[in-house]
Design a binder for this molecule. Structure first.
Ligand SMILES: Cc1ncc(C[n+]2csc(CCOP(=O)(O)OP(=O)(O)O)c2C)c(N)n1
Length: 627
């Protein structure tokens, strides 16, 4: 591995050396991610695929797109980023996903699921328009990502486009949680063939050109068809009826065999699909056994694989996700109209708690955000109260569904928007930067954000009592310690904010959990004998105009603080309010700059964006010299 800086070096190895290389890559990925956490399980499952693809194809001339890209660590290491991989997902390190600006081998950026087929088809069509008939186009997509609607849109188009492309279906039966839906059952049926293991040598001898006479390609296809007829190789009605040549299923960990197969498929033009069976977490015992946990396990013991747990802390602060999970179960117990919906993030958002307690009323719909929203709208149209929990950045997928299917019809769907604001190491594709901005312009929407765990509970309860589209956005991770468990539900008045502290000169107005930074700053300032005003808006829409009038009259300067983009969110709302009412107060907007924020720890990125306590304090000092 140490001698391989690029696929050129890789190609110098004999096929017989590839297994050792895969073992070394596996070791290296385990070693690095044990200290510097990342997407372990998926990447361990795709090592042989990465090696075989780069061995056979002429990357970067041939185009290779990894769907999501969380499984592409071996690809990164093989393509000139072996040492940088130590800083994977770190501040100023490399991105955890493929990224076009990072490497010429990253033909397309990753992060969000299901787009590899469309993007590779685009490249294949571009090649064909440029009369480049030699270039190969490969998309690697997991069975989870294949459940996303856009993947089907891509297949539908590709099947008749006569593009030269190969879709490699990396089927491990898992998304983050168990993969769901009819496609998943279909793939499982294709795979549970008694012939799966016995057939491969014979079939692929033919595919790779051994034992054949005459026209090699026609022979390959003829032989495949004969084997399908004799029941020795599966045919796929689904993919074939969509115009793809289907090959498989084959063992995606047999690197030598993969090389043979890919070399054969390289000779066949047109849309092809190779179905590979892989094991998520391959090579690390515990990761193979607990695939959901080891999708992204955090730090673990390099030798045993055991996850390094934080020491027991009786004062442990709970995560917002746990508050969501427990609260929805409580609400569901009280009201049988409440249902839960998640697009493939059941364990991440804690809807799995409801799935365990109320299996008939909690739905994992696959990686299908658009469907999740419209499905929720349908249930709401029939009198149910769906809590549709979607990560902020993935909700971007479902924008029209929010507008057209929910808001326009004023349906009672509760959007629990998880991972709002800066999320950390997942970086630009995963920060929940835009939801405040993109939701605020939608009529009928109620937009709220809790300052703490208790608020989240009460907002969830309030949402059950309010027949309108209702968004509640909260960040990834810990709340602040307050007594939320078993507290009686309190119904909030819609559109009412709260004064947390009266002060002079400067009012800091915030929304959501970031307000805790403001409170800390206010405490610091108090030590100097001065007090600033601190206001938690709680609702961005409708915004509390009475409170804003009061603030404008009482303070000279208003500082808004929000964990989201500066264009369109709280700062914009207050600025519009000042303009509408002819207030002349000084307004300073503290928000995320109009840039895509890269990866790093939440603390590093908050500091970079001026949202940490120190930066907020600094901003206040600049506007009030008494402090
Ligand atoms: C649009 C979107 N929704 C959700 C996710 C979160 N997510 C990341 S990986 C993943 C599972 C992907 O499953 P699969 O494609 O089968 O890959 P595997 O991890 O099993 O190798 C999910 C749901 C995402 N990246 N993009």
């Amino acid at each position: 591995m140490q001698t391989i800086d690029s696929p050129k070096d890789l190609k110098k190895l004999a096929v017989g050396q590839l297994e050792l290389l895969c073992a070394e890559l596996r070791d290296y990925i385990i070693d690095v991610t044990s200290r510097n956490p990342g997407h372990l399980g998926s990447s361990l499952g795709a090592i042989e695929l990465a090696v075989a693809i780069h061995y056979v194809f002429d990357t970067p001339n041939d185009k290779l797109v990894w769907d999501v890209g969380h499984q592409a660590y071996a690809h990164k290491i093989l393509t000139d980023r072996r040492e940088q991989f130590q800083q994977n997902r770190m501040y100023h390190g490399i991105s955890g996903f493929p990224k076009m600006s990072e490497s010429e081998y990253d033909a397309f950026g990753g992060g969000h699921a299901s787009v590899s087929i469309s993007s590779i088809l685009g490249m294949a069509m571009a090649a064909s328009l440029s009369e480049n008939t030699e270039r190969n186009h490969i998309a690697v997509i997991g069975d989870g990502s294949m459940t996303g609607g856009v993947a089907f849109e891509g297949l539908n188009h590709a099947g008749t486009a006569n593009a030269n492309m190969l879709v490699i279906l990396n089927d491990n039966g898992m998304a983050i949680d168990q993969n769901v839906g009819a496609l998943s059952s279909y793939l499982a049926k294709l795979t549970t063939s008694s012939t799966y293991n016995t057939v491969k040598g014979r079939v692929w001898d033919m595919v790779t050109g051994k034992n054949k006479k005459g026209n090699p390609i026609r022979n390959v296809i003829q032989s495949m068809q004969n084997l399908i007829k004799r029941g020795l190789l599966k045919s796929s009605n689904l993919f074939e009826s969509l115009g793809f040549r289907y090959f498989g299923p084959i063992n995606g960990h047999d690197v030598v065999f993969l090389v043979e197969v890919l070399s054969g498929l390289k000779q066949i033009k047109g849309p092809k699909l190779l179905h590979c069976i892989t094991l998520k977490g391959k090579g690390l015992c515990l990761a193979e056994e607990s695939q959901t946990l080891y999708h992204a396990p955090g730090k673990f013991d390099r030798e045993t694989g055991k996850i390094i747990e934080a020491a027991f802390d009786p004062d442990k602060v709970e995560k917002y996700q746990k508050v969501f999970g427990e609260t929805i179960c409580e609400l569901a117990a009280q009201n049988d109209k409440i249902v839960g919906v998640t697009p493939a993030m059941a364990s991440g958002c804690s809807l799995d708690m409801m799935m365990n307690q109320f299996p008939d009323r909690a739905f994992d719909v696959g990686i299908a955000e658009q469907h999740a929203v419209t499905f929720s709208a349908g249930m709401a149209a029939d009198g149910y109260i769906p809590f549709c929990n979607i990560y902020s950045s993935f909700l971007q997928r479902a924008y029209d569904q929010i507008i057209h299917d929910v808001a326009l019809q004023n349906l009672h769907v509760v959007f629990c928007i998880d991972r709002a604001g800066i999320v950390g190491e997942d970086g630009a594709t995963h920060h929940g930067m835009f939801d405040l901005a993109f939701l605020r312009c939608i009529p009928n929407m109620i937009i709220s954000s809790p300052l703490n765990e208790l608020d989240l509970r009460n907002l969830m309860y309030t949402a059950t009592q309010t027949k309108a589209p209702f968004a509640i956005r909260y960040p990834r991770g810990n709340g602040v310690k307050n007594n939320w468990q078993n507290s009686p539900f309190q119904q909030y008045e819609i559109g009412k904010g709260a004064c947390l502290q009266e002060g002079k000169e400067v009012a800091v107005v915030s929304i959501g959990h970031i307000g805790n930074n403001v409170l800390e700053v206010a405490r610091e300032i108090k030590k100097t004998g001065t007090e600033i005003g601190v206001y938690d808006m709680r609702f961005l829409k409708p915004i509390d105009e009475d409170l804003l009038h009061q603030i404008c009259r009482q303070y000279k300067t208003i500082v808004t603080v929000e964990n989201g983009t500066r264009i369109g969110g709280l700062g914009s709302a207050v600025s519009e309010f000042l303009a509408k009412n002819d207030y002349k107060n000084t307004l300073k907007v503290l928000a995320v700059e109009d840039n895509f924020v890269k990866q790093g720890t939440v603390e590093e990125l908050q500091k970079e964006q001026g949202l940490d306590c120190e930066s907020i304090l600094e901003k206040i000092k600049q506007n009030w010299h008494n402090i």
